[in-house]
Design a protein around this ligand. Structure first.
Ligand code: HEC
Length: 156
């Protein structure tokens, strides 16, 4: 093998590893199993804050729905989920964050926002309290499924 051929081979191998590495980060997301068995998301401090801020909004929404259902106020249910659906929330997600988390995580997030859209449509169609409560139960299953699978880094 000539010196040039050798260098070409080394360059090719390095190139393949680089592309494979980039592909792994994009398609798998940076995440590792943590000490408590949950997958730790490889996000930075600002992204962690963004996620937690969104989470607190989600809990507020659930709280507002429960308070509304107490008095069968279906109109207030519709108001509670306003702006919490896929179109509004997913648009606000920083693009870089999407490349950093596993696609399964994004899928659970999307399903959660889609559930708020569905609750909004049901409320607009005049669904009763029992129906909304059942939908909220399904929604809470999305919350707990994600919480039992993923965690944020603890160091910041
Ligand atoms: C796509 C995944 C995902 C979904 C769906 C999800 N969460 Fe979370 N949530 C997280 C992660 C990750 C954390 C951080 C947990 C940790 O590090 O231990 C979190 C944390 C939280 C926190 C703590 C906020 C803080 O400031 O410390 C609240 C409250 C919360 N979630 C509420 C909810 C509610 C309510 C729902 C459902 C309507 C929900 N989450 C759905 C991933 C999710």
């Amino acid at each position: 093998m000539s010196k040039l051929t050798k260098i070409s081979w080394v360059a090719l191998v390095l190139w393949v590893f680089t592309i494979a590495g980039i592909g792994l980060v994009i398609f798998k997301g940076g995440a590792e199993p943590g000490e408590d068995g949950r997958i730790e998301l490889a996000v930075n401090k600002d992204e962690k804050r963004f996620i937690l801020g969104e989470m607190r909004q989600m809990l507020e929404t659930v709280q507002e729905i429960v308070v509304a259902l107490e008095t069968d106020n279906i109109k207030a249910v519709g108001e509670a989920v306003e702006g919490k659906g896929v179109a509004d929330m997913m648009r606000n997600t920083p693009k870089i964050l999407i490349t950093k988390v596993p696609p399964e995580f994004m899928g659970l997030g999307r399903a959660m926002h889609a559930n708020f859209d569905a609750i909004g449509s049901a409320a607009a169609d005049g669904a009763n309290t029992k129906k909304i409560l059942a939908m909220l139960g399904d929604q809470l299953a999305q919350c707990t499924a994600c919480h039992s699978t993923y965690k944020l880094p603890e160091q910041f």
